[in-house]
Design a protein around this ligand. Structure first.
Ligand SMILES: *[C@@H]1O[C@H](CO)[C@@H](O)[C@H](O)[C@H]1NC(C)=O
Ligand SMILES: *[C@@H]1O[C@H](CO)[C@@H](O)[C@H](O)[C@H]1NC(C)=O
Ligand SMILES: *[C@@H]1O[C@H](CO)[C@@H](O)[C@H](O)[C@H]1NC(C)=O
Ligand SMILES: *[C@@H]1O[C@H](CO)[C@@H](O)[C@H](O)[C@H]1NC(C)=O
Ligand SMILES: *[C@@H]1O[C@H](CO)[C@@H](O)[C@H](O)[C@H]1NC(C)=O
Ligand SMILES: *[C@@H]1O[C@H](CO)[C@@H](O)[C@H](O)[C@H]1NC(C)=O
Length: 466
């Protein structure tokens, strides 16, 4: 008995150590490419190496990138685009072709290890695609089997909005509309294939939506004295990231899958953003990313309160600031690097540089809500740029909202002096003043920027910038 128990113990230890060697605490980077000023692919691969990233995730299967990564030690995650998921879900031939065309030519010389089916499908598409997701994952997995490729895990990244409740963490549960029809079969698939639940985790957005009730230091892994104890489990939390991950752990447990491993598909913090976006600055971004890397690369692994000691593999978002990413300003400021390739702040994704070795950071200037006025005007580069695009953006802005451009119609009180740039700035500000509460942004494909300086054209008083 005793000998048997002991050898079982040894076997378990061996299994555990080989499992953690296989998925050692490595941090990678997301290589998004929504910029019109980014370095070449070859230079990007050099920069990825210089950050000590051990993995890279791309949002497609760009053959140029997969070629540039050939014969490197960098593990790669590729992605099936959202648009073809419905077709793949019912057509094994199409799934086989996708794998044959996009993966097989590069494998195994390029260390492709993860094949993600779509990106944030539940958050960014409609119900027909949601329902096709798991069938498409199965078809892609079958295709890999047909090609005798066994080292590539199939998954799909979810945003935290798949959860209906996440507080306290023990109350974590999936949205009731997707729990039965989508999440349960997905967890069953991930369990059967020993894959991961890939999740995008942004404590930044949770804090920015509720900065009065959530402590910033707690969100940045900087708090020494603030803790939260879950009343149902007695587990004590020292940061928001762990709380969010454990909410997912409990949601999976609630559906009968307590053991599926979690992979952080994205996490990060914006180094800049719009005037009205709190806490988006270099100080916080460097602090968050360095601290999360330190946590994720700790040896032995620290895990989370619900899963102490577990390995959490991860990709930081993102390699570059991407100037053509739509949405609010923060979306264009998640990079570790400027498009020039220069670091926005020093960071070492291997976690080996002690935090004390980094030089002091510029003090944060927007950790409290912005109180001044803001307008939305034509960006400097757009004043010299393509007039056709600017005119199209102007007419789009005018077509939204109520009487958005009435004042610049002929005879309107702001119709003079007349110029395309002036009319566009008026239209952008007027559009934004009406629609920002409903999610409208001051972006217009990069043609618009926020300003806190009254453009002094008199008319801007019409929509009292906030
Ligand atoms: C499945 O996809 C293949 C390859 O694109 C196509 O030739 C075939 O017509 C599709 N089958 C169905 C039933 O749509
Ligand atoms: C637990 O989650 C449910 C929804 O699933 C919610 O109605 C309830 O308020 C949550 N409990 C707490 C204490 O927040
Ligand atoms: C935590 O410590 C900081 C400074 O060390 C102090 O300002 C703050 O009030 C403390 N918070 C709590 C909840 O004790
Ligand atoms: C799959 O589920 C079974 C039953 O809950 C569990 O014993 C096993 O550890 C799970 N495997 C993975 C990889 O999640
Ligand atoms: C301006 O943009 C339009 C629409 O995107 C495009 O068709 C046109 O070629 C561009 N003109 C120049 C000079 O770049
Ligand atoms: C436009 O006016 C209608 C009716 O007054 C109102 O319901 C709607 O919310 C307004 N739209 C905006 C963007 O202000």
């Amino acid at each position: 008995m005793e000998v048997g128990a002991f050898s079982l113990f040894v076997v378990l230890c061996l299994l555990t150590s080989s499992a953690s060697a296989e998925f050692s605490a490595k941090v990678g980077v997301n290589f998004g490419q929504l910029g019109n000023n980014l370095p070449t692919t070859e230079r990007s691969v050099e920069l990825i190496k210089s950050l000590q990233a051990e993995r890279v995730k791309i949002y497609d299967a760009d053959p140029k990138i997969l070629t540039a990564l050939r014969n490197t030690d960098i593990q790669v995650s590729i992605m099936v685009p959202n648009e073809i998921i419905i077709d793949i879900s019912t057509n094994q031939t199409l799934a086989d072709q996708w794998v044959h065309t996009n993966l097989v030519p590069f494998y195994p010389d390029t260390k492709i290890r993860y094949l993600l089916v779509g990106n944030e499908i539940i958050s960014s598409t409609t119900k027909p695609t949601w329902l096709a997701l798991v069938p498409a994952m199965r078809k892609i997995k079958n295709a890999l089997r047909t090609h005798r490729i066994h080292k590539v895990k199939v998954g799909t990244p979810s945003a935290m909005d798949v959860l209906q409740s996440s507080f306290p963490p023990s109350n974590g549960s999936f949205r009731s509309d997707i729990a039965g029809p989508i999440m349960k079969p997905m967890l069953q698939f991930l369990n059967r294939t020993k894959s991961f639940f890939f999740v995008d985790v942004y404590p930044y957005f949770a804090w920015a939506n509720d900065p009065n009730n959530i402590n910033l230091d707690y969100t940045l892994f900087q708090s020494r004295n603030i803790t939260y104890t879950d009343p149902n489990t007695g587990l004590t939390y020292t940061n928001l990231f762990d709380q969010m991950i454990d909410a997912l752990v409990f949601a999976m447990k609630r559906l009968g899958y307590p053991d599926i491993r979690i992979f952080i598909a994205e996490t990060g913090w914006p180094n800049g953003g719009d005037f009205d976006q709190i806490g988006a600055n270099i100080y916080n971004a460097a602090t968050y990313n360095r601290n999360v890397v330190k946590k994720l690369t700790a040896k032995p692994p620290v895990g989370t309160p619900a899963r102490p000691g577990s390995v959490l593999p991860a990709f930081i978002f993102a390699l570059y600031n991407e100037n053509r990413k739509p949405g609010q300003g923060t979306e264009r400021h998640f990079g570790l690097l400027y498009p020039s390739g220069k670091n926005i702040y020093p960071i070492d994704l291997s976690g080996e540089t002690p935090l004390s070795e980094y030089a002091p950071l510029p003090a944060p200037e927007n950790n409290n809500p912005y109180k001044g006025k803001i307008w939305c005007v034509v960006a400097k580069e757009a004043m010299r740029g393509n007039k056709t695009e600017l005119a199209a953006a102007l007419s789009y802005a005018c077509s939204q909202g109520n009487k958005t451009c009435a004042a610049i119609q002929p005879g309107g009180i702001c119709s003079r002096p007349d110029s395309l740039v002036r009319r566009a700035s008026f239209a952008f500000s007027s559009y934004w003043a009406q629609l920002k509460k409903a999610g409208g942004s001051c972006y217009f494909n990069g043609l618009a920027v926020q300003t806190n300086k009254d453009p002094s054209m008199g008319c801007y008083g019409l929509f009292k910038g906030e």
